[in-house]
Write a protein of this length. Structure first.
Length: 369
Protein backbone atom coordinates (compact mmCIF):
# COMPACT_ATOMS: atom_id res chain seq x y z
CA UNK A 1 0.00 0.00 0.00
CA UNK A 2 2.80 2.40 0.85
CA UNK A 3 4.46 1.66 -2.44
CA UNK A 4 1.19 2.21 -4.17
CA UNK A 5 0.69 5.54 -2.50
CA UNK A 6 4.24 6.49 -3.29
CA UNK A 7 3.65 5.72 -6.92
CA UNK A 8 0.48 7.73 -6.86
CA UNK A 9 2.26 10.70 -5.44
CA UNK A 10 4.78 10.40 -8.20
CA UNK A 11 2.02 9.99 -10.68
CA UNK A 12 -0.05 12.94 -9.59
CA UNK A 13 1.86 14.75 -7.09
CA UNK A 14 5.09 15.59 -8.65
CA UNK A 15 3.50 16.80 -11.79
CA UNK A 16 1.53 19.74 -10.49
CA UNK A 17 1.39 21.33 -13.90
CA UNK A 18 -0.14 18.39 -15.75
CA UNK A 19 -3.45 19.02 -17.40
CA UNK A 20 -5.08 15.65 -17.83
CA UNK A 21 -8.84 15.93 -17.52
CA UNK A 22 -10.89 12.87 -16.76
CA UNK A 23 -14.31 11.42 -16.36
CA UNK A 24 -14.50 8.22 -14.36
CA UNK A 25 -17.32 5.92 -13.37
CA UNK A 26 -16.98 3.44 -10.51
CA UNK A 27 -19.51 0.70 -9.93
CA UNK A 28 -19.38 -1.61 -6.95
CA UNK A 29 -21.69 -4.52 -6.36
CA UNK A 30 -21.48 -6.57 -3.21
CA UNK A 31 -23.14 -9.50 -1.58
CA UNK A 32 -23.05 -10.59 2.01
CA UNK A 33 -22.38 -7.11 3.44
CA UNK A 34 -25.07 -5.79 5.75
CA UNK A 35 -23.87 -2.21 6.01
CA UNK A 36 -23.11 -1.42 2.39
CA UNK A 37 -25.66 -1.10 -0.43
CA UNK A 38 -25.68 -3.99 -2.90
CA UNK A 39 -24.88 -1.63 -5.72
CA UNK A 40 -23.22 1.78 -5.77
CA UNK A 41 -22.29 3.87 -8.74
CA UNK A 42 -20.22 7.02 -8.54
CA UNK A 43 -19.15 9.36 -11.29
CA UNK A 44 -16.26 11.79 -11.07
CA UNK A 45 -15.07 14.61 -13.31
CA UNK A 46 -11.49 15.69 -12.75
CA UNK A 47 -11.63 13.62 -9.59
CA UNK A 48 -14.53 15.61 -8.20
CA UNK A 49 -17.58 13.52 -7.42
CA UNK A 50 -20.49 14.65 -9.54
CA UNK A 51 -23.02 11.86 -9.28
CA UNK A 52 -24.02 9.11 -6.87
CA UNK A 53 -26.50 6.25 -7.16
CA UNK A 54 -27.14 3.32 -4.87
CA UNK A 55 -29.51 0.39 -4.74
CA UNK A 56 -31.08 1.51 -1.46
CA UNK A 57 -32.53 4.74 -2.83
CA UNK A 58 -32.47 3.81 -6.53
CA UNK A 59 -32.06 7.49 -7.22
CA UNK A 60 -29.34 9.54 -8.82
CA UNK A 61 -27.99 12.31 -6.67
CA UNK A 62 -26.13 14.99 -8.55
CA UNK A 63 -23.47 16.71 -6.55
CA UNK A 64 -22.83 19.77 -8.71
CA UNK A 65 -25.24 22.20 -10.35
CA UNK A 66 -23.13 22.50 -13.44
CA UNK A 67 -23.44 18.77 -13.98
CA UNK A 68 -27.21 19.05 -14.08
CA UNK A 69 -26.91 21.78 -16.65
CA UNK A 70 -24.45 19.83 -18.77
CA UNK A 71 -26.62 16.70 -18.61
CA UNK A 72 -29.78 18.56 -19.55
CA UNK A 73 -28.02 20.27 -22.38
CA UNK A 74 -26.88 16.96 -23.84
CA UNK A 75 -29.91 14.82 -23.02
CA UNK A 76 -33.07 16.70 -21.99
CA UNK A 77 -34.53 13.80 -20.02
CA UNK A 78 -31.18 12.69 -18.73
CA UNK A 79 -32.30 11.94 -15.21
CA UNK A 80 -35.06 9.50 -16.15
CA UNK A 81 -32.95 7.72 -18.71
CA UNK A 82 -29.90 7.52 -16.52
CA UNK A 83 -31.92 6.28 -13.55
CA UNK A 84 -33.38 3.47 -15.63
CA UNK A 85 -29.91 2.61 -16.81
CA UNK A 86 -28.56 2.47 -13.26
CA UNK A 87 -31.37 0.16 -12.23
CA UNK A 88 -30.53 -2.11 -15.13
CA UNK A 89 -26.85 -2.08 -14.25
CA UNK A 90 -27.73 -2.97 -10.71
CA UNK A 91 -29.40 -6.16 -11.97
CA UNK A 92 -26.53 -7.05 -14.27
CA UNK A 93 -23.99 -6.60 -11.50
CA UNK A 94 -26.07 -8.66 -9.15
CA UNK A 95 -26.17 -11.49 -11.64
CA UNK A 96 -22.47 -11.15 -12.22
CA UNK A 97 -21.73 -11.75 -8.58
CA UNK A 98 -23.73 -14.96 -8.72
CA UNK A 99 -21.90 -16.02 -11.87
CA UNK A 100 -18.50 -15.33 -10.39
CA UNK A 101 -19.24 -17.08 -7.13
CA UNK A 102 -19.99 -20.18 -9.16
CA UNK A 103 -16.89 -19.84 -11.27
CA UNK A 104 -14.77 -19.49 -8.16
CA UNK A 105 -16.59 -22.32 -6.37
CA UNK A 106 -17.81 -20.04 -3.60
CA UNK A 107 -20.98 -20.63 -1.72
CA UNK A 108 -21.23 -17.87 0.88
CA UNK A 109 -19.27 -15.01 2.34
CA UNK A 110 -18.86 -11.41 1.24
CA UNK A 111 -17.98 -10.76 -2.39
CA UNK A 112 -17.41 -7.66 -4.43
CA UNK A 113 -17.52 -6.96 -8.14
CA UNK A 114 -16.08 -3.66 -9.27
CA UNK A 115 -15.94 -1.91 -12.57
CA UNK A 116 -14.17 1.26 -13.47
CA UNK A 117 -14.29 2.99 -16.79
CA UNK A 118 -13.64 6.42 -18.11
CA UNK A 119 -11.66 8.58 -20.46
CA UNK A 120 -9.04 11.27 -20.31
CA UNK A 121 -8.18 14.34 -22.29
CA UNK A 122 -4.79 16.01 -22.34
CA UNK A 123 -5.32 19.73 -22.41
CA UNK A 124 -2.03 20.43 -24.11
CA UNK A 125 -2.01 18.10 -27.10
CA UNK A 126 -5.67 17.02 -27.15
CA UNK A 127 -4.77 13.33 -27.01
CA UNK A 128 -7.32 11.10 -25.35
CA UNK A 129 -7.38 7.74 -23.69
CA UNK A 130 -10.06 5.44 -22.37
CA UNK A 131 -10.18 2.41 -20.15
CA UNK A 132 -12.46 -0.22 -18.71
CA UNK A 133 -11.51 -2.65 -15.99
CA UNK A 134 -13.38 -5.21 -13.97
CA UNK A 135 -12.36 -6.67 -10.66
CA UNK A 136 -13.57 -9.42 -8.40
CA UNK A 137 -12.86 -9.54 -4.68
CA UNK A 138 -10.14 -6.95 -5.06
CA UNK A 139 -8.29 -8.68 -7.90
CA UNK A 140 -8.17 -7.85 -11.58
CA UNK A 141 -10.69 -9.85 -13.52
CA UNK A 142 -10.98 -8.43 -17.04
CA UNK A 143 -9.82 -5.33 -18.80
CA UNK A 144 -10.19 -3.88 -22.24
CA UNK A 145 -7.18 -3.21 -24.38
CA UNK A 146 -8.46 -0.30 -26.40
CA UNK A 147 -5.66 -0.42 -28.96
CA UNK A 148 -6.30 -3.99 -30.04
CA UNK A 149 -9.96 -4.03 -28.98
CA UNK A 150 -9.46 -7.25 -27.11
CA UNK A 151 -10.12 -8.26 -23.54
CA UNK A 152 -7.36 -9.20 -21.17
CA UNK A 153 -8.15 -12.01 -18.73
CA UNK A 154 -5.56 -12.38 -15.97
CA UNK A 155 -7.42 -15.27 -14.33
CA UNK A 156 -8.74 -18.39 -16.01
CA UNK A 157 -12.21 -17.83 -14.53
CA UNK A 158 -12.48 -14.84 -16.88
CA UNK A 159 -11.61 -16.74 -20.02
CA UNK A 160 -15.08 -17.67 -21.16
CA UNK A 161 -16.19 -14.06 -20.81
CA UNK A 162 -13.12 -12.83 -22.63
CA UNK A 163 -13.71 -15.17 -25.56
CA UNK A 164 -17.34 -14.21 -25.85
CA UNK A 165 -16.64 -10.52 -25.69
CA UNK A 166 -13.73 -10.76 -28.09
CA UNK A 167 -16.10 -12.20 -30.65
CA UNK A 168 -18.76 -9.59 -30.19
CA UNK A 169 -17.76 -7.32 -33.02
CA UNK A 170 -20.69 -4.96 -32.75
CA UNK A 171 -20.06 -4.34 -29.11
CA UNK A 172 -16.37 -3.83 -29.66
CA UNK A 173 -17.12 -1.17 -32.24
CA UNK A 174 -19.50 0.44 -29.84
CA UNK A 175 -16.85 0.47 -27.14
CA UNK A 176 -14.27 1.90 -29.47
CA UNK A 177 -16.57 4.71 -30.46
CA UNK A 178 -17.61 5.22 -26.89
CA UNK A 179 -14.12 5.52 -25.44
CA UNK A 180 -12.54 7.47 -28.23
CA UNK A 181 -15.40 9.80 -28.98
CA UNK A 182 -18.59 9.76 -26.96
CA UNK A 183 -16.94 9.69 -23.57
CA UNK A 184 -14.57 12.45 -24.61
CA UNK A 185 -17.48 14.56 -25.86
CA UNK A 186 -19.13 14.19 -22.49
CA UNK A 187 -15.92 15.11 -20.77
CA UNK A 188 -15.59 18.27 -22.86
CA UNK A 189 -19.17 19.20 -22.13
CA UNK A 190 -18.58 18.80 -18.41
CA UNK A 191 -15.38 20.77 -18.55
CA UNK A 192 -17.03 23.69 -20.24
CA UNK A 193 -19.95 23.80 -17.79
CA UNK A 194 -17.79 23.10 -14.76
CA UNK A 195 -14.98 25.42 -15.67
CA UNK A 196 -15.27 27.89 -12.83
CA UNK A 197 -15.55 25.12 -10.25
CA UNK A 198 -12.94 22.77 -11.66
CA UNK A 199 -10.37 25.40 -12.44
CA UNK A 200 -10.50 27.22 -9.13
CA UNK A 201 -7.66 27.13 -6.64
CA UNK A 202 -8.29 26.88 -2.91
CA UNK A 203 -5.39 27.41 -0.63
CA UNK A 204 -4.56 24.71 1.93
CA UNK A 205 -4.50 25.34 5.65
CA UNK A 206 -1.44 23.59 7.03
CA UNK A 207 -0.94 22.43 10.62
CA UNK A 208 1.49 20.27 12.51
CA UNK A 209 -0.17 17.75 14.79
CA UNK A 210 1.11 15.19 17.23
CA UNK A 211 -0.88 12.70 19.23
CA UNK A 212 1.67 12.00 21.94
CA UNK A 213 5.28 13.06 22.49
CA UNK A 214 6.50 9.77 20.98
CA UNK A 215 4.19 9.82 17.95
CA UNK A 216 5.23 11.03 14.52
CA UNK A 217 4.57 14.67 13.75
CA UNK A 218 1.81 14.95 11.18
CA UNK A 219 1.89 17.66 8.55
CA UNK A 220 -1.78 18.08 7.77
CA UNK A 221 -2.96 20.14 4.81
CA UNK A 222 -6.67 20.59 4.31
CA UNK A 223 -9.19 22.68 2.43
CA UNK A 224 -7.28 22.69 -0.85
CA UNK A 225 -8.43 22.33 -4.41
CA UNK A 226 -7.64 20.80 -6.82
CA UNK A 227 -6.30 17.59 -5.31
CA UNK A 228 -2.98 17.63 -7.14
CA UNK A 229 -0.94 18.71 -4.21
CA UNK A 230 2.64 17.95 -3.26
CA UNK A 231 3.44 17.69 0.43
CA UNK A 232 6.84 16.69 1.72
CA UNK A 233 9.22 17.10 4.62
CA UNK A 234 12.70 18.48 4.17
CA UNK A 235 15.76 18.76 6.35
CA UNK A 236 18.33 21.44 5.64
CA UNK A 237 16.53 22.09 2.39
CA UNK A 238 16.74 18.44 1.22
CA UNK A 239 13.56 16.48 0.61
CA UNK A 240 13.35 13.49 2.95
CA UNK A 241 12.48 10.01 1.68
CA UNK A 242 13.17 8.12 4.91
CA UNK A 243 11.27 8.67 8.16
CA UNK A 244 8.30 9.88 6.14
CA UNK A 245 4.91 8.29 5.61
CA UNK A 246 2.64 9.78 2.94
CA UNK A 247 -1.11 9.48 3.45
CA UNK A 248 -3.62 9.44 0.63
CA UNK A 249 -5.24 12.61 -0.61
CA UNK A 250 -8.79 12.33 0.70
CA UNK A 251 -11.95 14.29 -0.06
CA UNK A 252 -13.55 16.60 2.49
CA UNK A 253 -17.31 17.00 2.55
CA UNK A 254 -17.17 20.49 1.09
CA UNK A 255 -15.47 19.47 -2.15
CA UNK A 256 -11.95 20.31 -0.99
CA UNK A 257 -9.26 17.78 -0.11
CA UNK A 258 -6.91 16.94 2.71
CA UNK A 259 -3.73 14.96 3.13
CA UNK A 260 -1.35 14.04 5.94
CA UNK A 261 2.35 13.30 5.79
CA UNK A 262 3.93 11.84 8.93
CA UNK A 263 7.47 12.47 10.03
CA UNK A 264 9.03 9.95 12.42
CA UNK A 265 11.28 11.83 14.82
CA UNK A 266 12.22 8.91 17.07
CA UNK A 267 15.89 9.15 16.19
CA UNK A 268 16.08 12.96 16.01
CA UNK A 269 17.25 14.96 19.04
CA UNK A 270 15.00 17.92 19.72
CA UNK A 271 17.79 20.44 19.12
CA UNK A 272 17.78 19.33 15.47
CA UNK A 273 14.08 19.89 14.96
CA UNK A 274 14.65 23.39 13.65
CA UNK A 275 16.27 21.87 10.55
CA UNK A 276 12.99 20.32 9.48
CA UNK A 277 10.10 21.86 7.67
CA UNK A 278 6.98 20.67 5.92
CA UNK A 279 6.39 22.04 2.43
CA UNK A 280 3.07 22.18 0.59
CA UNK A 281 2.93 22.96 -3.12
CA UNK A 282 -0.20 23.61 -5.14
CA UNK A 283 -0.29 24.97 -8.64
CA UNK A 284 -1.23 28.63 -8.72
CA UNK A 285 -0.12 29.54 -5.22
CA UNK A 286 3.21 30.15 -3.59
CA UNK A 287 4.74 27.22 -1.72
CA UNK A 288 3.74 27.06 1.92
CA UNK A 289 6.34 25.89 4.39
CA UNK A 290 6.05 25.43 8.11
CA UNK A 291 8.99 24.98 10.40
CA UNK A 292 9.11 22.08 12.85
CA UNK A 293 8.97 24.26 15.93
CA UNK A 294 7.46 22.64 19.03
CA UNK A 295 5.52 25.87 19.51
CA UNK A 296 3.75 25.25 16.18
CA UNK A 297 2.68 21.71 16.98
CA UNK A 298 -0.82 21.09 18.16
CA UNK A 299 -0.95 18.17 20.55
CA UNK A 300 -3.48 16.27 22.56
CA UNK A 301 -2.23 18.03 25.65
CA UNK A 302 -2.68 21.43 24.08
CA UNK A 303 -5.72 21.90 22.01
CA UNK A 304 -7.87 18.87 22.62
CA UNK A 305 -10.85 20.01 20.63
CA UNK A 306 -8.67 20.60 17.62
CA UNK A 307 -7.19 17.13 17.75
CA UNK A 308 -10.63 15.67 18.21
CA UNK A 309 -11.84 17.60 15.21
CA UNK A 310 -8.88 16.29 13.30
CA UNK A 311 -9.67 12.71 14.22
CA UNK A 312 -13.36 13.12 13.48
CA UNK A 313 -12.54 14.59 10.12
CA UNK A 314 -10.37 11.57 9.57
CA UNK A 315 -13.24 9.24 10.38
CA UNK A 316 -15.63 11.10 8.10
CA UNK A 317 -13.02 11.01 5.43
CA UNK A 318 -12.62 7.27 5.71
CA UNK A 319 -16.28 6.96 4.83
CA UNK A 320 -16.08 9.33 1.90
CA UNK A 321 -12.76 7.76 1.08
CA UNK A 322 -14.30 4.40 0.29
CA UNK A 323 -14.88 5.80 -3.15
CA UNK A 324 -11.34 6.96 -3.37
CA UNK A 325 -10.17 3.58 -2.18
CA UNK A 326 -11.81 2.00 -5.14
CA UNK A 327 -10.17 4.58 -7.27
CA UNK A 328 -6.77 3.93 -5.76
CA UNK A 329 -7.13 0.24 -6.32
CA UNK A 330 -7.69 0.80 -9.99
CA UNK A 331 -5.24 3.59 -10.34
CA UNK A 332 -2.47 1.15 -9.56
CA UNK A 333 -3.15 -0.68 -12.77
CA UNK A 334 -3.75 2.52 -14.50
CA UNK A 335 -0.17 3.51 -14.45
CA UNK A 336 0.87 0.57 -16.58
CA UNK A 337 -2.06 0.01 -18.84
CA UNK A 338 -5.50 1.24 -19.61
CA UNK A 339 -8.62 -0.85 -19.88
CA UNK A 340 -12.34 -0.73 -20.65
CA UNK A 341 -15.88 -1.75 -19.40
CA UNK A 342 -18.30 -4.52 -20.01
CA UNK A 343 -21.55 -6.01 -18.99
CA UNK A 344 -22.81 -9.29 -17.74
CA UNK A 345 -20.33 -12.07 -17.18
CA UNK A 346 -22.95 -14.71 -17.33
CA UNK A 347 -22.88 -16.71 -20.50
CA UNK A 348 -26.54 -17.52 -20.36
CA UNK A 349 -27.87 -14.10 -19.56
CA UNK A 350 -29.58 -12.25 -22.26
CA UNK A 351 -28.26 -8.79 -22.04
CA UNK A 352 -25.17 -6.79 -21.51
CA UNK A 353 -25.30 -3.21 -20.56
CA UNK A 354 -22.52 -0.81 -20.89
CA UNK A 355 -22.81 2.25 -18.83
CA UNK A 356 -21.83 5.48 -20.37
CA UNK A 357 -20.36 8.08 -18.29
CA UNK A 358 -23.34 9.83 -17.68
CA UNK A 359 -25.97 9.83 -19.92
CA UNK A 360 -28.30 8.74 -21.99
CA UNK A 361 -27.76 5.46 -20.58
CA UNK A 362 -28.99 3.42 -23.30
CA UNK A 363 -28.17 -0.12 -22.58
CA UNK A 364 -25.79 -1.46 -25.03
CA UNK A 365 -27.40 -4.70 -25.50
CA UNK A 366 -25.34 -6.55 -27.86
CA UNK A 367 -23.33 -9.34 -26.60
CA UNK A 368 -24.16 -11.73 -23.97
CA UNK A 369 -21.23 -11.60 -21.91
C1 LIG B 1 -14.67 -26.25 -8.28
O1 LIG B 1 -15.19 -27.52 -7.86
C2 LIG B 1 -15.15 -28.49 -8.88
C3 LIG B 1 -15.84 -29.76 -8.34
O2 LIG B 1 -15.66 -29.88 -6.97
C4 LIG B 1 -13.69 -28.76 -9.29
O3 LIG B 1 -13.66 -29.71 -10.32
C5 LIG B 1 -13.10 -27.46 -9.77
O4 LIG B 1 -11.73 -27.63 -10.08
C6 LIG B 1 -13.25 -26.36 -8.73
N1 LIG B 1 -12.80 -25.10 -9.29
C7 LIG B 1 -12.06 -24.23 -8.62
C8 LIG B 1 -11.77 -22.95 -9.30
O5 LIG B 1 -11.65 -24.44 -7.49
C1 LIG C 1 10.25 5.42 13.85
O1 LIG C 1 11.58 5.05 13.56
C2 LIG C 1 12.13 4.13 14.49
C3 LIG C 1 13.56 3.88 14.10
O2 LIG C 1 14.25 5.10 13.97
C4 LIG C 1 11.32 2.85 14.46
O3 LIG C 1 11.84 1.94 15.43
C5 LIG C 1 9.86 3.15 14.78
O4 LIG C 1 9.11 1.98 14.65
C6 LIG C 1 9.34 4.22 13.84
N1 LIG C 1 7.98 4.58 14.25
C7 LIG C 1 6.97 4.62 13.44
C8 LIG C 1 5.66 5.03 14.00
O5 LIG C 1 7.09 4.30 12.25
Amino acid sequence: MKVLIGLLLLFFGHDVSSVIHSVQVFSTASSGLSTFPEFVMVQMVDEVQVEYYDSNTQRIITKQDWVDQANRDKVPDYLEKATENRKGEQQVFKRNIGTLKQRFNQTGGAHIVQRMFGCELDDEDDTTDGYEQHGYDGEDFLSLDLKTLTWVAPVHQALTTKLRWDHDTARKQYLKNFYTKECVDWLKKYLSYGKSTLQRTERPRVSLLQRSPSSPVVCHATGFFPNRVVVFWRRDGQELQEQVDHGEVLPNHDGTFQVSVDLNLTAVPQEDWGKYECVVQLKGIEDISILLDPAHIRTNGGDKSLILAFILTGVAVVVVGAVVGVFLYWKRNDSDKRHKPLGSFDTSSENTEVQKPSPEAQPLTTGQS
